[in-house]
Design a protein around this ligand. Structure first.
Ligand code: PLP
Length: 229
């Protein structure tokens, strides 16, 4: 891991774009180095991993959850998580609301949209999102706040396709903003772009890029939680 990689990415960020340094499968010692270079927002995709790392690191880190979240794991992160990017169902949002209430917090969340052609990726389609946002049950939620949208493009070298998926996500954002959140200043985030496609994502209006391997190097998926903390 080299400081030049981190600084190159910082320099490439367009104005108004914030960097989420994706530290999944990376040890706390690596996170500490990037923290010492000035980074404050870190992203994790497993609740137990985030919970284990959190007490080992400075308290001014903003922890962003970016992976598929299971309802029974929300409790591990609800007391401290800064932003959940990956709300992919109303049932999950309701559970986050419950756990946030227990921690006496309001947890900022993004709605993940299914923009990729791959079946394996999670997320809302527009009609589902509308059904949720129109419902009385949604209006009852007091401990979550919707700050915007998130999406993952198809894993492909076809830049034209990736760009069109990011354009599609930006359109979902604009639609939700005008129909449901026009007066809400906090509804302003479009989380899109990873190591391979963040330049395209920024050109298409990303406000949060989630970058892991370009900062920390390739991940070793054989590592266990004990190896990381
Ligand atoms: C791992 C991950 C990233 C970062 O991927 P890199 O290609 O390493 O930059 C971004 N977003 C999500 C949801 C991830 O799971």
């Amino acid at each position: 891991m080299v400081k030049e990689n981190y600084e190159r990415i910082l320099q490439a960020l367009k104005p108004g774009v914030r960097l989420v340094a994706v530290s999944k499968y990376k040890p706390v010692s690596d996170i500490r180095s990037v923290y010492d270079w000035g980074q404050r927002i870190f992203g994790e995709n497993k609740a137990q991993e985030m919970k284990a790392k959190h007490p080992e690191l400075p308290s001014d880190i903003e922890w962003h959850f970016i992976g598929h979240l299971q309802s029974n794991k929300i409790k591990y992160i609800a007391p401290f998580v800064t932003l959940i990017h990956s709300i992919d169902s109303f049932a999950l949002l309701q559970e986050v609301d419950k756990m946030a209430a227990k921690s006496q917090r309001v947890i900022p969340c993004l709605l993940q949209f299914h923009i990729a052609q791959e079946e394996t990726k999670f997320g809302f389609l527009r009609e589902e999102a509308e059904r949720m946002l129109d419902s009385e049950a949604f209006a009852d939620l007091k401990n979550v706040r919707i700050d915007g949208v998130m999406g993952m493009a198809t894993f492909t070298n076809d830049r034209v396709q990736v760009r069109s998926e990011f354009v599609g996500l930006h359109k979902e954002f604009d639609y939700l903003k005008s129909r449901y959140f026009s007066g809400a200043e906090h509804f302003k985030e479009i989380s899109m772009g990873m190591s391979e496609d963040y330049q395209i994502a920024m050109e298409e209006g990303s406000t949060l890029v989630r970058i892991g391997s370009s900062i920390f190097g390739p991940r070793d998926y054989s590592l266990k939680l004990e190896d990381l903390v």
